[in-house]
Design a protein around this ligand. Structure first.
Ligand code: IDP
Ligand code: MG
Length: 139
């Protein structure tokens, strides 16, 4: 059975552009409930740890620099089949390849500044939620 939770971040460029309200509205309209929510600014070290699995890839340094360049909004979302349904809602990693009507198509600029993060598995969702939120904030 697929899990009920996923984790998302509104990335610095989308936050800075003032898309937070519109993106959260799209998420709620798509049937996700916001379980936990906060605005934070990551240090480069924290962003580096969050994206640990990408360490060594050509885009890693740029990704870490970008994700620590300004505030982000982190959230845990609840819905049946959350991980898969949320990936459909956000669209492909590169906004240019994302389906019309998806969050990345609407609010992403390019492959790096693609508006939002979405967990890729139930295991990632658990790890990522615990990275940002205490057990009290997740209850
Ligand atoms: P995902 O966010 O769609 O799961 P991942 O492959 O997990 O994509 O990559 C994490 C993030 O790293 C992407 O959302 C994007 O911001 C950035 N990224 C991935 N591949 C590239 C690339 O080829 N160039 C620039 N940035 C990239
Ligand atoms: Mg990913």
């Amino acid at each position: 059975m697929n899990g009920q939770l996923t984790f998302t971040m509104i990335k610095p460029s989308a936050f800075e552009a003032g898309y937070t309200g519109s993106i959260l509205s799209m998420i709620e309209k798509a049937g996700f409930r916001i379980k936990s929510l906060k605005k934070v600014k990551l240090t480069t070290s924290q962003a580096g740890d969050f994206y640990e699995m990408h360490r060594g890839k050509p885009f890693y340094e740029g990704l870490v620099g970008f994700m620590s360049s300004g505030p982000i909004v982190a959230a845990v979302l609840e819905k049946e089949n959350a991980v898969e349904d949320f990936r459909l809602l956000i669209g492909a990693t590169d906004p240019a390849n994302a389906e019309p009507g998806t969050i990345r198509k609407l609010y992403g600029k390019n492959m790096g500044e693609n508006a939002v993060h979405g967990s890729d598995s139930d295991e990632s969702a658990s790890r990522e939620a615990a990275f940002f939120f205490s057990s009290l904030e997740l209850s």
